[in-house]
Design a protein around this ligand. Structure first.
Ligand code: ADP
Ligand code: MG
Length: 395
């Protein structure tokens, strides 16, 4: 199925409501990381260049619905956006019953999560949002896995609902990785817990050729293989699941386990790193990274990959002494000729830290949505756009 794209529509003189993900970190009223704002810029510029009257809608943080709070205001985003665009972006406070905006101008609507019914996708609220515009543009991939009023409901009732360029590019890139991937297909799933990534591990094990695990997830697999993991972050109640996943079978991914690890006696930035064989971990050890021998083996697997998907650091990379594993894998992905896709909040922080962003084929703006897409789940907001692209009679 396909969706209508913003670039296929004549926006001149039209009222265009664009859902962006402008949920950026703010400290003391100032945006501290503007990656998401910059990602949305080409879409906003394209709509303005087409002479649309542009209304931007986004959430910021997790306010309680019906209780607007200054600390969740999009004011800093409006200011920052004005600077980036070189054009004033007014912040509109009470917007749900009507917005004044002229063609060629852009306004930012105050935090959509201040409105009661946003999260529950209240129909009356969604209809009001839809009534603001001639064209609704869904451009916020990171929220596409949530069926809320501003991501899903509004798309049902707007005269036209289409995908913005950022969302379209994201769907193309992830679709390219997951549909007919060039083989070998290698996935790296790191991070803290098996339990939070169980469904993605399970789905990927049935799709990829090699599934590299790292972080607390790897610790659980190491424990499942019968090794002592000492005080390391791991999940004892996930051992059976890890054993089942690791049992290679017909059409199931190979899950290579670390042969060496970097341990410390305490969880701290200045703990002394000690490299050990995976079978030499003692009761007092904390495994905080994969070892150099393991990193080299994993890097070799990545070097010959055709497609790579990466979510989750393989160690506590926030502490320099335990970041080598993640750094080596990040560089191996950057050096590889494979089509590579990465996503996840901490994964993006690691990509920034090791300066490999421009050598990864596509960096997803979504965390939860990225994982759900990789799992093969339907993203509700995308499903709605597909429905709206189909003639009424065929639905
Ligand atoms: P993402 O946000 O990219 O999806 P996660 O949130 O799942 O990634 O995991 C990232 C976190 O996992 C990081 O804060 C990192 O410090 C932590 N982590 C990685 N390896 C370990 C480990 N061996 N022990 C404890 N925490 C770990
Ligand atoms: Mg995270």
């Amino acid at each position: 199925m396909s969706v209508i794209k913003m670039t296929d529509i004549n926006l001149s003189g039209k009222r265009v409501l664009i859902r962006e993900d402008l949920n950026v970190p703010v400290a003391d009223g100032v945006v501290t990381s503007d990656a998401r704002i910059r990602a949305a810029l080409p879409t906003i510029k394209a709509a303005l260049a087409a002479n649309a009257a542009v209304m931007l809608v986004s959430h910021l943080g997790r306010p309680t619905e019906g209780q607007p709070e200054e600390k969740f205001s999009l004011r800093p985003v409006a200011d920052h956006l004005s600077t980036l665009l070189g054009q004033n972006v007014a912040l509109i406070d009470n917007w749900i019953d009507g917005v004044d905006v002229e063609p060629g101008a852009v306004v930012l609507l105050e935090n959509v999560r201040f409105l009661t019914g946003e999260k529950a996708c209240d129909e009356a609220l969604a209809r009001k949002m839809a009534a603001l515009c001639d064209v609704f543009v869904m451009d916020a991939f990171g929220t596409a896995h949530r069926a809320q009023a501003s991501t899903y409901g509004v798309a049902e009732f707007a005269p036209i609902a289409c995908a913005g360029p950022l969302l379209a590019r994201e769907l193309d890139a992830l679709g390219k990785a997951m549909t007919n991937p060039a083989r070998p297909f290698v996935a790296i799933v790191g991070g803290s817990k098996v339990s939070t990534k169980l469904t993605v591990l399970d789905a990927l094990a049935g799709i990829v050729d090699s599934l590299i695990v790292g972080g607390g997830i790897a610790n659980t697999f190491i424990a499942a293989a019968g090794h002592n993991v000492g005080k390391s972050l791991h999940e004892p109640d996930m051992l059976d699941i890890a054993i089942n996943l690791a049992a290679a079978g017909e059409g199931r991914a190979d899950i290579p386990l670390p042969v060496d690890v970097v341990v410390a006696g305490e969880f701290s930035a200045d703990a002394a790193p000690i490299t050990k064989s995976v079978d030499a971990v003692t009761d007092d050890d904390l495994i905080l990274d994969i070892g150099p021998e393991t990193a080299e083996r994993f890097a070799e697997i990545l070097a010959s990959a055709g497609t790579i998907i990466w979510n989750g650091p393989v160690g506590v990379f926030e502490f320099d002494a335990f970041g080598d594993g993640t750094k080596i894998l990040a560089e191996a992905i950057a050096d590889s000729d494979a089509f590579s896709v990465a996503g996840g909040g901490d994964t993006l922080a690691a990509i920034d830290k090791y300066g490999v962003a421009d050598r990864i084929s596509y960096i997803s703006t979504g965390g939860g949505a990225f994982l759900e897409f990789v799992e093969g789940k339907e993203l509700p907001a995308v499903a709605m756009l597909e429905r709206r692209a189909t003639p009424e009679t065929a639905r």
